[in-house]
Design a protein around this ligand. Sequence first.
Ligand code: SAH
Ligand code: SF4
Length: 435
Amino acid sequence: MNENDTEKMYILLSDEYEPTQNPEEADLILINTCSVREKPQHKTYSEAGRYKHLKKKKPNLIIGITGCVAQQEGENIIKRLPHVDLVLGTQGFYFIKKALETFRKTKKPVILTELKPDFKIPLILEKENTSIFPNKRVTAFVTIMQGCDNFCTYCIVPYVRGREISRAPEDILKEVKELVKKGVREITLLGQNVNSYGLKEKGYPDFADLLDMVSKIDGLWRIRFTTSHPKDLSDKLIEIMANNPKICKHIHLPLQAGSNRILKKMNRKYTKEDYLRKIEKLRNAIPGISITTDIIVGFPGETEEDFKETLEMLEKVRYHEIFSFKYSDRPFTVAQKMSNKVSEEEKKRRLKKVHEVQAKITKEIYESYVGKEVEVLVEGLSAKSKDMFMGRTTTNVIVNFKAPRLDLKGALVKVLIEEAGKHSLKGKYLETLKI
Ligand code: SAH
Ligand code: SF4
C-alpha cells in the first residue's frame, strides 16, 4: 500500500520533478513511511536524520515525511527534526503539490494530518504518452479502499489510516484500464480488508462483483488482491475465484495466531475452526490454490501452549509462504495496555521456531513443483542473474529461467520447473503462450 502511495506522489510531482537515485542531487526528498511495527517507525527518524547535512550544503532542498508515521507523529516530527519541512499524513500526501506551494511561500513547516471520514481518494492517472516509471511495468497495484474498521487490538492501522472508505468502482476501472493501456498485465487490488469492499457505500458492487467487473477489461490477464480478512471471506468470493480464469490461484489470508484464546484477545472475530473450514472450502473449490499468511508471535499473554497451537496451524494449513512478526506495542492500541507482555528474548525464540517449521513446509511445497510445467508471467530480468528472466506462477511463486529469446518481458510463458530454492523456483523455458 505504501509503495502504491509512493507511486501516486511520483505521478503528482512528475510535471515538476524527475526521480533520482542520488540524494545529493535531489531538490526534494520525501520519506514515505510505515508505522505498523515499531522498527519501521525508528527507521523514519534515522533516515530523515541522514539528510540533515545535505540541507546545509543545499539550503533550498525540501525534506518531507509522508504516510503513516507522519500521521501518527504530526508536529512531533518537526520538534525532533527541525530540518523537516513537510509532514503529510495518509490523506495529506494527496495534497503534496499544494503543500509545496505553501511551503515555498511561507518557508514554514506544512503539517497535514487531518483524517476526514468522508475523504474521497482522488483519481490520479499517469499522463498519456509519458512514463515516470522508467521501465515498462508488467504488474501494478490499484488501491480499492482506504483505512480499516476492524480494530484488531494490536493494530495501529485504523488510527493512522482512518475509517474504511471504498473507492468508486468507476475510478477503479478507469485506473486499471489506463495501466493496461501502458502495458500492465497483472493488477493487484489493494485494501486492508478487501472482502468488505463496497459494503458501507450505497450502490457499490461487493468485492466479488468488483472482481468480475475488473476481469472484463481486455488486455488484463491476471488479477490478484490483498488483504482478505478471514472473517469476511464469502462463499461468493470463493466461487468467483474458482470460475474466473483471470483471478490468480492464490490467497493471502492472515491467521495471526492459532489459539482461540489469543484470537479473541486480538479481536479477530474467528476461531481456528472457522479458519480451517474456510481453507477447506478454498481448497475444494480451487484445486492447487496457494495460501499465504501473516503470523504474530508473543502477543500479550501468549503462553507456550497458545504458541504451540500456532505451530500446529502451520502444519495443518501448509502455507506456501508466511510473513511472521514479533508482537510490537503500538500507540493508541488496546493491546499496548494489556498485561503479561512476552519478553523480547522469548518472542525471538518463538519467531525462530516459526521460521524453522515453515521453512520445512515451504521447501516441501516448492519441491513438489519440480518436474511440472507452469505458466509464468514474465516481470523482467532476474535480480540475481542478468541472463535469466523472473516471473511468477498464478500461485505467486517466483520462477527464474533462462530463455533463448530476449523479448519476453510482459509475456506469458510455459516453464518446466527443474529446481526448488528457498523462496523461488528455477526452470527451463518451453514456449511463449501469449505476448
Ligand atoms: N489488514 C491486514 C494487515 C495489515 S498489517 C490484515 O488484517 O490482515 C500487516 C501485518 O502486520 C498484520 O497482518 C500483522 O501480522 C502485522 N502486525 C500488525 N500490527 C502488529 C503489531 N503491533 N506487532 C506485530 N505485528 C503486527
Ligand atoms: Fe489492522 Fe486488523 Fe484492520 Fe488488518 S483488519 S488493518 S490487522 S485492524
